[in-house]
Design a protein around this ligand. Sequence first.
Ligand code: ADE
Ligand code: ZN
Length: 322
Amino acid sequence: DQLRNIVERMPKAELHIHIEGSLEPELIFAMAQRNGVSLAYPSVEALRQAYAFTDLQSFLDIYYAGASVLLTEQDFYDMTAAYLARAHADNVRHAEIFFDPQTHTARGVPFETVINGISRACHDSPVSAQLIMCFLRHLSEEEAIATLEDAAPHRDKFIGVGLDSSEVGHPPEKFARVFDRARELGLHLVAHAGEEGPPAYIRNALDILNVERIDHGVRCLEDPLLVERLVREQVPLTVCPLSNIKLRVFDVMGKHNLRDLLDKGLVATVNSDDPAYFGGYVNDNYVAAFEALPLDASHAKQLAKNSFTAAFLEPEQKRAFL
Ligand code: ADE
Ligand code: ZN
């Protein structure tokens, strides 16, 4: 239809995509076979059927199990190349891609295997692609600091750091020192906040971690003073509609607050989060939200514009994309 057409044709940036969350079941099985890794599921179909989540943690358990097939630099390359080909087909011109090194180093995969494979695929793609290294917040700050030290020789291969995994019980302030150190290295700073966690986590991500963008952030609407601040400071929110439904942040898409975020003047963007697990890539996220909510072509254009405004690009690069 007409709206899907507009969405498909718009040049856009994707700013919230976990590369391990782009690993499709077919690729999980192919890699398991070639690497001799055994899976707890007998088939692609059985694995896909297990993708019925009740909350963030129920997803993370299966997402980390899926990532266990990644062993070689070629595996990381193939996963990233597959995502970028799919993003290119969606008219994504620029992607800022999260990766979770601790998911792999904990299994004995060297840091350099992970970053070299992902980074090489980014170089080989027609999509402008940059990397943001995420710390797993269910692990300690000491482990995050050790990861940042592992990453230091590869400083030129990533542009920022983020914070992901189990949100509730692992507030931003737990990572104050490692974010300070990342800032000293000139890295961009982002954090997941206000997905399942309360508005106070968004505030602390800004005040204590000094982040430049909030990943998700949809729970900000519970705190009018926080909303005022996010609007005043034009702090971007990287919203992921299909993720929010699959992880039950909202019951149904018709209850998603994307339209309210835009009406309040927030710099909301639309992103896929973990497209292989949540039923769609970035264009599917636009279409699912637009079908369920009172949003029209002007909102679609605003969201695409916001995706470049919120990107870690120089002003002239942004202009070239728009
Ligand atoms: N890791 C991958 N996807 C995530 C999400 N939506 N929230 C927190 N951690 C994640
Ligand atoms: Zn995420």
